[in-house]
Design a protein around this ligand. Sequence first.
Ligand code: AMP
Length: 113
Amino acid sequence: MTDTIFSKIINREIPADIVYEDDLCLAFRDVNPQAPVHILVIPKKSIPKLIDATDDDQALIGHLILVASRIAEQQGISDAFRLVINNGTGSGQTVFHLHIHILGGRSFTWPPG
Ligand code: AMP
């Protein structure tokens, strides 16, 4: 298992502002928020990048997206939010444990930067 800052959060070795947890995933507030609501949803299973997910992870990936949607609802941003997965350094990924950013509470432009 790859040891990242997110696996330390899963193992409660470092603190995080956790907003949701179940058997498969954990969600917590981003420490450097890019929007009024900025939450990360991560699988408890260590998958470094989305590209590393396999057919065995199909249900897990679907679960993460549905959890992200439910959290957006709970956070009061169901009308307008954005989910982001950065895959690889060139895309902006800095933590190599798969995560979905939930961003909301402000307007977004397209295309993204
Ligand atoms: P990415 O650039 O897509 O890999 O996103 C990593 C995200 O993790 C960034 O938005 C960071 O601000 C966030 N982050 C890094 N360390 C922590 C931490 N200890 N607690 C919460 N969020 C973190």
